[in-house]
Design a protein around this ligand. Structure first.
Ligand SMILES: [Zn+2]
Length: 356
């Protein structure tokens, strides 16, 4: 153990060397144990890697410590990240085949990535349509199935021109390259699987336009893609019998159901309107006219069910009977009686007709 530090977040250790991956390049840090204590966070400060520990014994400087990395978590991150390499290359190829270029270079090109959750994203130049997205998904799975070895090696930046890098290296000096068979090669300091088949399957989930004229493509890889498939399949298996339809017919059945609901709603609204008009007739008949023969204002509070839709209106013919029909909601009637501010009524409808 080389150094220890404490801040508001906790106790931090620096080792002379560490296998823990710090948060970097859109990939979350490793977790696990160090000297028997839980590793809560791993961050890099320049070339140094610092580990934040949970509760437990803090070793002394000079002690030899053993670290255990949470392999499930690390392997998931490796699947996400390696799939991102392959998918980025797939989009270059799919874009190039369609004659798409960026700055004169063929293909859809990756500008940034995020792998902080199961739904990973890559931001691409250009606007791949649904067909291009589907092609890229086929392409990336086809490439991964070739079971290509993933090789990591370092070269001097003066020799970078010997390699067909997917994008220019951002670092100088000794540069770490990651090659996935003959399919993709790029400078990268992240963690990767050892064989491309480990990222299978890769599923493109969707795309949206984002700032800078880029397209954000969301995908899942490996175990997380399988879990997603299982969860969505379980939903469809539950819904399908409810609709008495095989899974492939679920969308059509749901659309037909929504059309039917809309039809029933229209019928109900028509029925409410009819009832409201009959009610208006009755109220006006009961009100009669004032002794001066002037029209009366008829006010009646209705239950919400009676009111139905706010689009209901009274029958204009009622005016000829010498009264103004006007309905208000219960809250509004209370407000009128108290003559004080009250919350807005839940609903109100009515029509004030011109006197004859
Ligand atoms: Zn990488």
């Amino acid at each position: 153990m080389a150094e220890v530090e404490t801040d508001a977040r906790g106790t931090w250790l620096r080792l002379d060397r560490s296998a823990f991956y710090p948060t970097a390049g859109g990939q979350p840090n490793d977790e696990g144990e160090l000297a028997g204590a839980r590793v809560r966070a791993v961050e890099s400060r320049g070339s140094e890697v610092w580990h934040m520990l949970g509760e437990g014994h803090v070793p002394a400087v000079g002690d030899t410590v053993i670290g255990l990395i949470d392999w499930e978590r690390r392997h998931t991150h490796m699947q996400r990240h390696s799939a991102e390499h392959l998918l980025a290359q797939a989009f270059v190829r799919v874009g190039a085949a369609r004659g798409v270029t960026d700055g004169g270079i063929p293909g859809f090109h990756t500008r940034s990535v995020s792998m902080r959750s199961a739904d990973c994203t890559i931001d691409l130049t250009g606007s791949p349509d649904d067909e291009a997205l589907a092609e890229a998904e086929l392409e990336v799975n086809r490439a991964a199935r070739r079971s290509m070895p993933v090789l990591t090696f370092e070269v001097d930046d003066a020799r970078l021109g010997d390699y067909r890098l997917r994008r220019p290296a951002q670092v100088s000096g000794l540069v770490r390259l990651v090659a996935m068979g003959d399919y993709d090669i790029v400078a990268c300091g992240g963690t990767h699987v050892s064989n491309t088949a480990e990222v299978l399957p890769v599923k493109v989930l969707g795309a949206e336009s984002v700032r800078g004229g880029l397209t954000r493509v969301t995908f899942r890889a490996g175990n997380e893609a399988l879990h997603d498939y299982a969860a969505k399949h379980a939903v469809l298996r539950e819904v399908s019998p409810l609709l008495s339809a095989p899974i492939v017919e679920v969308p059509a059945r749901v659309r037909a159901l929504m059309d039917r609901v809309s039809e029933v709603e229209s019928t109900l609204i028509a029925a409410f309107k009819h009832d409201a008009e009959r009610l208006a007739e009755r109220l006006l008949d009961e009100a009669g006219t004032s002794p001066q023969g002037r029209p009366r204002l008829v006010v009646s509070a209705l239950a919400e069910e009676q009111a139905g839709s706010s689009s209901h209106s009274s029958n204009d013919s009622s005016v000829s009977r010498g009264a103004w029909p006007y309905w208000v909601s219960e809250p509004e009637r209370e407000r009128a009686s108290r003559s004080s501010p009250a919350p807005a009524p839940k609903w109100t409808f009515g029509q004030r007709c011109r006197p004859p």
